[in-house]
Design a protein around this ligand. Sequence first.
Ligand SMILES: Nc1ncnc2c1ncn2[C@@H]1O[C@H](COP(=O)(O)OP(=O)(O)OP(=O)(O)O)[C@@H](O)[C@H]1O
Ligand SMILES: [Mg+2]
Length: 421
Amino acid sequence: MLFAVYKVVTNILNKKESLDDIFSRFHSPEVPIFKDRDSLLATHVPESLPHRDKEIAGLANVLGPIMRGQTPSNSFLYGKPGGGKTVVAKYVIQYLKEKAIGVGVNYDYAFLNCQHVDTEYRLWATLCSKIGEHVPTTGLPTKDVFDIFLKTLEEKKVHMTIVLDEIDLITKKAPDSLYSLTRINSDLEFSKISLIGITNSVEFKQSVNSRIRSTLMEQELVFSPYTAAQLQDILKERVIEGFAENVVDASAINRASALAAAEHGDARRALDLLRVAGEVAEQKQDAKVTSIHVGMAQEVIEKDTVKEVLIGLPIHSKIVLLAIIKLDIARGKSKKEEDMISTGKIYDNYLKLCDRLTIKPVSQRRVGDLINELDLLGMIRANVISKGRYGRTRIITLAVQRAEIVHSLRNDSRMVEELPN
Ligand SMILES: Nc1ncnc2c1ncn2[C@@H]1O[C@H](COP(=O)(O)OP(=O)(O)OP(=O)(O)O)[C@@H](O)[C@H]1O
Ligand SMILES: [Mg+2]
C-alpha cells in the first residue's frame, strides 16, 4: 500500500530522476521534511492523545482494580473508524502494565487484531505464543490448544487483559471462541483474564447473543467522531513528533482536518493526508507542506483506495457500480425526489447491463447485499429515507469521484464498452 502510494506520488509529479538521485535525496534531503516519519504511521502510540481524556480516564477506571490484584469488569469500546479506540486501548494498558509491575502485581496483556485470527485454533495458539508457549500452527485438536493455554496461564499466576480489536470479525470466523473467552475465569484458579472488545461495527451489538453481550459489555465506552477543531489539535501534536520544525504550514493542518472531519471525523485519514502531503512536498523538494500538498495527497489516497477496492470486486459488484454511475449521470444536478437513485432503479439498470454484457444476473436481494458491501467499502453511501405510508427506501449516492471509479473500471476489459467517456 505504501509502495503503491509512493508510486502514484512519483507518477503525479512526473519527474525523471536517476535511481542514484532518488536514493541520495532520501539519504540527505536538501530540505528535510520529516523528523520521524514512522511516528505518523498507525502502529505508533503517541505520547499524548488530545481530546480523549474522558475515554482514557474511563478505561483506566475500569481497569483500576488490577492495581489491587483484583479482576476488573470487561469493557467494550465502540465508535466510527479512526476515532482513537485502538490507540487509547494500547496507551492505557501499556501504562497500566508499567504501574502494576511497579507495585508488584503480575500483570500482562495480549493485543489481538481479530483480522489475523481466522479460526478458534489460531486464537488459542496466538494467545499461547503471547504467554511464551509455542504450539504448532496446525495439527492438534483445538480443545488441546485451549487446555495448553489454560495450563500455561495458571502456572504464570498472572492477571491478563486480552484486547480483541475488530472483535466483530471473530464472531464471523470463530464464534465459539468468544463464548469460551467470556467464561474462561470460571476455569481459572490462580490467574485471571479481563477482556476489552473493540469494534466500529454498529451491527455487532445486535448480532452477538445476549449471554456474551452481558459479560463482554459490562462497561461500554463510546468514542464520538472528532470535529475539525479537535483534529487540528491532534495534528498539531503529531506534527511536532513527525515533521521537521516549521515545515508544516497551518493551511496544511487546517485542510487535512477539514477533509477528515467530513469523513466521519477520522483521525487516521487526517494523519494519512498529512503524511502523504509531506511525501509529495519531499518529492517536489518544496521547503514547506501547505494546503496544496494536502489537496494532492487527497488525490493520491483516493485514487489508490478506489483502485485497490475495485480490483478485488466481483463482476456483479462492478456492474452494480456502473448502474449507479449511469443513473448518477442521468440525474445530472437534479435534487428532485423522483430523480434520486433508489435500489429499485439500480436493479432495473443492472439487469439491462447484464443483458448487454451477456452476464447472467443475480437476484434483487443479492444486489441489495452488494449495495451494502459497496457502502461498507466506502464507494457509495446508502441512506434510508422514510416515504411516509409507503414505507422506507434506500437512496444511493456516490461517495468518491465518478471519474475515479470509471477510470479504475477501465482495467476490466469486460466493462470497457459500457463505460461513459
Ligand atoms: N486523540 C488522538 N491523538 C493523536 N492521535 C490519534 C488520536 N486519535 C486517533 N489518533 C491516531 O489516528 C489513527 C487512528 O486511530 P485508531 O487506530 O485508534 O482508530 P480506531 O478508532 O481504532 O479506528 P478503527 O475503528 O478503524 O480501527 C491512529 O494513527 C492514531 O494514532
Ligand atoms: Mg482500531
